[in-house]
Unconditional design. Structure first.
Length: 534
């Protein structure tokens, strides 16, 4: 209506000018000119009256109640105002579904590395030097790369939602398959579908209950304090690691599990998980029902061990954590228990006394300062509740700690430093020890120095919110009787204490034909990599 009124006003002006010009120009006398002017004024007044009438009608229409809209049929593919699989606004890859959402996420991380076992000049208990290359070797590694989908669906007649996640490891630079090295044989295909944290469950304002497999609460409670996740120097080399191998007993993913995640209650959260052992053997020496390998990792006979799950296989597992966060401070405590852990492979003879519970407890604090400096610290205590008669061979009981500092230099750059320390254990079973003179009457090694330190430093450069570069260096310095490795925590390429001997698949070869672990190594690794998160 506004445009029609403007058109009429323009017509009045144009018509007036045209009428006045034509009439006046053709006038023969003053009387005729006066008649033309009067006619022009009459027509202008008629147009003005028409404009005023249109304005009155417009005001009346605005004051009247709006008519009810015509009914519109709602498509079954339109829920809550969104089309099915319509992309949700934001940076993530999230789509609306019928009553819910589904998201695609992932992490791609590949690096070019070089590392050394640091064992070339060492000898075993018989004075033998390690065969093969124990020094520097170049490699290309896929590090903690994965892709997954997660989402939720509303449920009728309840406020609870069905939640789910399906996550798979991605082997970008290596050929997918089961592991078979000279120190470890695994039945897991880690790049198989849903090989990583995957679950279904129910969630509401009271929290969430989930069933599947997941990183345990013990692991998750301090994961934010590990700036080297998937890199050389990941704190899993020592933290949660009772034996020094690239298996981390108390920093792992627990399969066939059920767990509870609480809501955030004023900064306070609680998480608790239970994983049944699913093992028919009294000593947990069988592979758990429904699983491809022994609990705790490895297949029977892995690394020339006896053909049984007797190198850390456990039954029921329990894990719980509690955390509190307020402003710049984060505090956490966690506990985890593994029942009836079978370590009879540590002995030259079988005894049920070497089947014992193992547990771990840790506390951590993280503080973010106004200077863009973040300081993290963890203290951890791990125990193996073995019979006192076997304490001299107990290398699984110790304490340790982690200290890390991160400094943001700019919007794009940050530097990170970490130090992990493993205190010595009550004893050592002695399979790898270089000095047999320290053995007791039972052939065990009480009070030997098997402590270790790991130092790591990294520079990270953020290109944008998704893509980054990093440069990383780490070293594990073992005391003479220790064999902590380098590479635990999600790397495709690791380095450890073993030499290049071929494994004897029939069992442990006392003559040294199997891969031998050389304690006291000083391992190092350096890498440059790129990472893309979505």
């Amino acid at each position: 209506m506004r445009y029609k009124r403007l058109t009429l006003l323009c017509a009045i002006a144009v018509g007036s000018a045209a009428l006045g010009y034509s009439g006046i120009a053709g006038a023969q006398s003053a009387d005729e000119m006066k008649k033309q002017i009067d006619e022009m004024q009459r027509q202008i007044q008629m147009l003005r009256d028409r404009v005023e009438q249109m304005e009155r009608q417009e005001k009346q229409k605005a004051a009247a109640p709006a008519p009810a809209p015509a009914p519109v049929a709602i498509s079954p593919q339109q829920i809550a105002g969104h089309e099915f699989l319509e992309r949700k606004p934001g940076d993530g890859i999230t789509f609306f579904t019928r009553g819910g959402e589904v998201s695609v996420y992932g992490n791609l991380d590949v690096s070019v590395d070089s590392s050394t076992k640091g064992i070339s000049g060492l000898t075993d208990g018989n004075g033998n030097h390690p065969p093969g290359n124990g020094g520097w070797m170049a490699d290309i590694s896929t590090n903690l790369s994965y892709i997954g989908v997660r989402g939720f669906q509303a449920l009728p007649s309840t406020s609870a939602r069905f939640v789910y996640q399906l996550e798979t490891q991605l082997d970008v630079s290596v050929t997918p398959g089961a592991a078979d090295t000279n120190s470890n044989t695994s039945g897991q295909v880690k790049s198989g579908l849903v090989s990583r944290n995957s679950y279904i469950g129910l969630a509401d304002e009271w929290g969430a209950i989930k069933i599947g497999k997941s990183d345990a609460p013990y692991k998750n409670s301090t994961s934010r304090m590990n700036e080297f996740s998937g890199m050389w120097g990941d704190y899993s080399v020592i933290m949660g690691n009772t034996g020094g191998d690239n298996r981390t007993e108390f920093g792992t993913r627990l399969a066939h599990a059920i767990w509870y995640e609480s809501p955030n209650m004023g900064g306070f959260t609680v998480n608790a998980l239970f994983s049944p052992g699913q093992n028919r053997a009294d000593d947990d020496s069988n592979i758990p029902a429904g699983e491809p390998e022994c609990a705790g990792g490895n297949l029977p006979g892995s690394g020339a061990l006896p053909v049984a799950c007797n190198d850390g296989s456990f039954g029921n597992a329990y894990s719980v954590s509690a955390s509190w966060e307020s402003g710049p401070i984060y505090l956490t405590g966690a506990y985890e228990m593994h029942k009836k852990v079978n370590r009879t492979s540590d002995l030259p003879f079988y005894t049920s006394l070497d089947i014992a519970d193992e547990d771990a407890f840790k506390v951590g604090i993280q503080w973010k300062f106004p200077t863009h400096t973040t300081v993290s610290a963890i203290w951890e205590d791990m125990k193996r509740h073995v019979d006192a008669s076997l304490s001299d061979q107990n290398e699984r009981q110790r304490s340790g700690y982690w200290f890390a500092v991160s400094q943001v230099l700019s919007d794009s750059d940050s530097v990170h430093f970490g130090w992990a320390h493993a205190n010595k254990t009550p004893g050592d079973p002695g399979q790898h020890n270089p000095d047999n003179s320290q053995a007791d009457a039972n052939g065990f090694f009480p009070n030997v120095n098997n402590s270790a330190n790991m130092y790591t430093v990294a520079w990270k450069h953020l290109v944008d919110k998704n893509f980054s570069w990093y440069l990383d260096y780490a070293t594990t310095i073992n005391e003479r009787f220790a064999h902590y490795d380098l590479g635990a925590g999600g790397r495709a390429v690791t380095t450890d204490c073993h030499d290049a001997s071929n494994p004897d698949q029939s069992g442990f070869d006392p003559n040294g034909g199997a891969p031998h672990c050389y304690t006291g190594g000083k391992l190092q690794g350096v890498s440059v990599g790129m990472k893309y998160r979505f």
